[in-house]
Design a protein around this ligand. Structure first.
Ligand code: 13P
Ligand code: SF4
Length: 329
């Protein structure tokens, strides 16, 4: 395995560098090339595939990932994996969801500390208390939660299908957990009364309506795409709201001359690689959890087959049902 940046290594990784050269300076490439080369070999040796979320950095997203996507796509794709091992380059709830949907596979996360402020905001006991307070009201749980919280829920949703899931229940009132802003945004879209929880994404809650107005003033003609984890007033100032995958599709379809993705930093780098004709304005809010995942940690995960994600079977069964109901809705 190559450690130094030898001419051989340079030649082998040149086509990969070509993909990302617009977002990774050439001086930085030697720091990535050895790990990328090793990871590609290890994936074959270990019969492993890498699923990466859209917020992963470009050297992961474009150079070692087999499948990329939003939370919904990663869940669907995890179900179809034939390889023995899934490495989830994303956060812990995504790895748990992959394990729920494909329990026979070994699921590894390169850093067990890759959490999520939303998942950390609520426990299974909190959900049980809400059920007592609102008897008979269905509980819709965002996938950004632990398996234990999913297990207390009727059905899951992601940012990509939240509207559809809430409407599919055909009830006037639902409990939607734990993202207060997503719930408020979906209530406004559907007219369904929603009982919310005060959880927030620490990346999206930082954007303000004033930020959007300033962006428009400073960059005439800019198209503003916002993630629905943003506060409602930010969504109200935006041209389009959707999951990370929906934002990518929007750019691909509409080819705006100038765009801002009101979401995590790395998204713009990843999408810019594919759309050189679009100018991306990049206010940068990093997700510290997503950024726990690095090439050296992915390499280490494959070398040591750690850290394996397991779920208590008593929790896994009801949690899987809630995720499967979402996929079937
Ligand atoms: P999606 O990729 O499903 O839109 O979710 C964004 C997110 O914050 C995941 O952590
Ligand atoms: Fe959680 Fe927000 Fe980070 Fe996504 S971006 S993992 S919702 S903290």
């Amino acid at each position: 395995m190559s450690l130094a940046f030898s001419p051989d290594l340079m030649a082998r990784t040149a086509p990969l560098y070509d993909r990302v050269k617009s977002v990774i300076p050439s001086i930085e490439w030697p720091a990535f090339a050895g790990d990328i080369d090793a990871i590609l070999a290890l994936k074959r040796e270990r019969d492993a595939v890498i699923l990466a979320h859209n917020y992963q950095t470009p050297e992961i997203f474009h150079c070692v990932a087999d499948i990329v996507g939003d939370s919904l796509a990663l869940a669907r794709e995890a179900m179809k994996v034939d390889a023995g091992t899934i490495v989830l380059a994303g956060v812990h709830f995504m790895a748990e969801t992959a394990k729920l949907l494909n329990p026979a596979k070994r699921v590894l996360i390169p850093d067990l500390g890759a959490g999520c402020s939303l998942a950390a905001s609520i426990t299974a006991a909190d959900v049980r208390l809400l059920r007592q307070r609102y008897p008979g009201v269905p509980v819709v749980t965002y996938v950004n939660t632990s398996a234990a919280v999913k297990a207390e829920s009727d059905i899951c949703c992601t940012s990509g299908n939240a509207k559809k899931i809430v409407e599919s229940l055909r009830v006037p009132k639902v409990i939607m957990l734990p993202d207060e802003y997503l719930a408020q945004n979906i209530a406004a879209e559907t007219g369904v009364e929603i009982v919310t929880w005060a959880g927030h994404c620490e990346v999206h809650e930082r954007f303000t309506a004033q930020d959007i107005r300033q962006l428009r003033a400073g960059h005439p003609g800019i198209v503003v795409l916002a993630h629905p984890e943003c506060p409602p007033e930010v969504v109200g100032e935006s041209d389009f709201t959707g999951s990370t995958a929906a934002m990518i599709d929007y750019v691909g379809l509409k080819r705006p001359a100038r765009v801002v993705l009101v979401t995590e930093c790395s998204m713009s780098d990843n999408v810019a690689v594919q759309h050189p004709g679009t100018e991306f304005i990049r206010p940068c809010n990093l997700c510290p959890h997503m950024k726990q995942i690095t090439l050296p940690k992915i390499r280490h995960a494959l070398e040591t087959m750690q850290h394996e994600v397991t779920i208590d079977p008593a929790v896994a069964e009801p949690a899987r049902r809630a995720v499967e109901r979402m996929l079937e809705a």
